[in-house]
Design a protein around this ligand. Structure first.
Ligand code: FCB
Length: 477
């Protein structure tokens, strides 16, 4: 009989990102990041929403940490805003910026919540984009310098360090489809950016190891794609192989094995000869990984496209430009079944598959689910409470998938629910609510949803209740 309990010491966390929650965009020396520029450019985000105020977390830090304690969280994953601590992406650190994170970490530690710090969650200082951004090699060196500054300031009190969040999104959505900042649409820039992100991870890890105490654990958070072919045909299998290379092995190749996969280089040969990969770069990217973060929401179903001109969707926002270089022959499909408010299909088996795969591929690396969750159109009812039974069901089914992966030997050490708070969901603005805690963006009032209460019990007991223990769906308010 499978046990309903998670291993002792399993971390129960939630995750956020600086630009999505902090606000205070122009305070204490912070300068614009690419997301400030992008969100202030007409037409780039829903309703023209920006992160100027967001959840005002910069000023409500203490209240938010108290909320985490109320929800029994044992860990909290946050990101540092690069342009808050090193405004131009070069030179000395701004102490007032670092003070915010010192205070946050102290508040967390006071409450017994382990801080998990991500250095880069997509908000490149605008000046570095103006100098070429991630397609330019120098950005990787700038990142390593920034990593060192943050390590020197917080290394005495933070043990879990993540270099990059979802480099796939940075490269493919930021420089390919253009639905994320900086909004460029150049397939070669995508591949250059991906390489410089791998290099930045390697150089950044070296800088962190040099500056941090030996107890520090260093990793990266990827959003690997659980890719499935639509049919068993050889053509569909090849479409899945091609997307697996572009979504997954472009990162896991250098990071876990010290080399880019040959099929990726062959698939993209008409676009580039990859001469931007200099001798030694792949070895630099291949650093010891203490932790691998997996962010998972939904799988991808692909087929060979008979008609490359037909409309295609891959769930990452509307653009006439595909994020995928050299994949014109691939079509993306919506699997049948239930979907979240993002229109993402719900399929926990994708999480199971990824945990088992990376558990085998990186046997000496601890796995964490550094993001998982769902957006729904949550509104307070007449009683002021926010009932979100769909989110509870989503979390329950995905945590059950984590248990199944644990049972077959995947070394999973923690789970971070995306997200603590409803927040600025990038190009979708404030319309997509992923929070366990509802935020009224007019008043900044926080209201834990029923899912937050449910998750707090899971965190307190380390046990997943039987589905029968799920709260009743909300009544008709
Ligand atoms: C991930 C991002 C996170 C959030 C979720 C929904 O790709 O890392 O910031 O937007 O998706």
């Amino acid at each position: 009989m499978p046990s309903a309990s998670f291993p002792p010491g399993f971390l129960w966390g939630s995750a956020t990102a600086a630009y999505q929650i902090e606000g205070a965009a122009r305070e204490d020396g912070r300068t614009p990041s690419i997301w400030d520029t992008f969100s202030h450019t007409p037409g780039r985000t829903e309703n023209g929403d920006t992160g100027d105020v967001a959840c005002d977390h910069y000023h409500r830090r203490a209240e938010d940490v108290a909320l985490m304690a109320e929800l029994n969280l044992s860990a909290y994953r946050f990101s540092v805003s690069w342009s808050r601590v090193q405004p131009t992406g070069r030179g000395p650190a701004v102490q007032r910026g670092l003070d915010f994170y010192r205070g946050l970490v102290d508040d967390l530690l006071d409450r017994g919540i382990a801080p998990s710090l991500t250095l880069y969650h997509w908000d490149l200082p605008q000046e570095l984009e103006d100098a070429g951004g991630w397609p330019a090699r120098d950005t990787a060196y700038r990142f390593a310098e920034y990593a060192q500054l943050v390590a020197e300031a917080l290394g005495d009190r933070v043990e879990m360090w993540t270099t990059l969040n979802e480099p796939w999104c940075t490269a493919f959505l930021g420089y390919g489809s253009g639905v994320h900042a900086p909004g460029r649409t150049d397939p070669v820039a995508v591949l250059r950016a991906a390489h410089h992100l791998n290099l930045a991870h390697g150089l950044g890890t070296q800088a962190l190891r040099a500056a941090l105490p030996a107890r520090a654990r260093i990793g990266i958070s990827l959003n690997p794609s659980a890719v499935r072919p639509l049919t068993q045909s050889a053509a569909d299998a090849d479409a899945a192989r091609r997307i697996d290379a572009l979504a997954n092995r472009i990162f896991s190749g250098p990071l876990l094995h010290g080399a880019y996969p040959r099929d990726l280089l062959a698939d993209t040969a008409e676009l580039t000869d990859w001469s931007f990969v200099e001798p030694g770069d792949e070895a630099t990217a291949h650093q010891r990984l203490d932790m691998l973060g997996i962010n998972y929401y939904t799988p991808a179903v692909v087929s060979h496209a008979e008609d490359p001109g037909a409309p295609r969707s891959d769930g990452h926002g509307a653009s006439e430009h595909s994020p995928w270089p050299a994949a014109e022959s691939v079509a993306f499909h919506q699997p049948p079944g239930e979907r979240t408010a993002m229109d993402w299909s719900i399929d926990p088996s994708g999480l199971y598959d990824l945990l088992v795969r990376y558990g085998r591929e990186a046997p000496d690396t601890a796995l964490y689910i550094t993001e998982n969750g769902a957006a729904y159109d949550d509104k307070p009812g007449a009683d002021g409470a926010v009932h979100d039974p769909e989110r509870i069901a989503y979390l329950h089914s995905h945590l059950a998938a984590v248990q199944r992966a644990l049972e077959v030997g995947a070394d999973v050490r923690g789970y971070f629910l995306w997200s603590l708070l409803d927040n600025f969901e990038w190009a979708y603005g404030y319309g997509k609510r992923f929070g366990a805690v509802h935020v009224d963006f007019d008043t900044q009032v926080r209201t834990p949803k029923s899912s937050a209460r449910w998750y707090a019990e899971v965190a307190r007991t380390g046990t997943l209740p039987e589905p029968a223990g799920l709260p009743e769906p909300a009544g008709q308010e």
